[in-house]
Ligand binder design. Sequence first.
Ligand code: NAI
Length: 356
Amino acid sequence: MPGNKRNYGSIRCFHRCLVAGYDRRIWNMKILFYDTKKYDRDSFEKILPEYSDLEVEFLEADLSPRTAALAKGYDAICAFVSSDVSEKVVECLAANGVKLVLMRCAGFNNVDLDATNRCGITVLRVPGYSPEAVAEHAMALALAVTRRIHKSYIKVRENNFSLVGLTGMNFYGKTAGIIGTGKIGAAMCRICHGFGMKVLAYDMYRNPSLDFVEYVDLDTLLSTSDLISLHCPLTDDSYHMICTETINKMKDNVILVNTSRGALIKTEDLITGNRNKKFFGIGLDVYEEETNNVFENREDDILESSITARLLSFPNVIVTSHQGFLTEEALEAISRTTLDNARDYENGTIKDINAV
Ligand code: NAI
């Protein structure tokens, strides 16, 4: 097996073998996984037997300028949302013979595409895996805050069976306002519709599959919704779209859920709004300044930001750690698409090199 030294010529050679009727592979693609957590490893290992042409090794360390050289001898690396795939890292990967970066996520804002283009490295990603996973987590947060599940769980564990402070609000008959009706927002619209809610939406583009949804302008959505859920991407336009000005337009006792990106909400304004008793509840899977926390156990650390602590000091706020995507189904879809991407690359069926 020529293994590590293979280049595109090897791909062409491999294809010629197949065309000539050989069914024996002459090399396996070697992939180094960075930032591997137990759940990543479990979901990939479950399906790896179906990909005998791929050799995979898992590293706990994340990709960074210090760890990029560990990829020497590998054809590809697999990275995740918070991996550092900056110019320096890309150049180091290229110098060590890596030809392919497999992002096992949808986002690629952490990848320097100019650098990968220049270095001839292909970048592939998993554009969509399970919109329902994220939408169901958004509804889980909404239900948890409205029925005070987080408080009742703790109380009952302490033999406190009092119901004081646990009064919730029915969703049936109320109005849901969904901001962004792409894949995840559409799934959230369907869930809210199933709860018997009137569903309003704000998006620049109407989703034709949502015939039960009424599209309105942002101000109307803000002023009439009992539950507001954010499902648009973070862009220059959407940065801090929820701030004092927009919070003031919301109904009193509104529930706000964000499973999209932290910086859609200006957290200081959210804290002020909550102090002013605007919100019945707030459910956040993402929040500003989450980057150092995401997917890490930091229970022994003194955190550098007080934002999380201040948010968590409110009895009507629930914060989870960017886990919207984390279901068995989504992980399997991520694993399968990532390995299919590797195989497509190996088989030369990726049409557009460097087009993620
Ligand atoms: P998508 O691209 O299918 O849909 C986004 C929608 O937002 C589009 O219809 C677009 O027209 C709309 N939009 C863009 N800018 C807008 C604005 N300023 N106001 C209103 N609508 C706007 O994206 P998808 O797959 O539904 O994902 C949505 C977001 O969910 C992603 O951007 C990502 O930030 C987040 N996400 C969170 C995860 C988690 O684990 N919590 C996992 C995956 C995605």
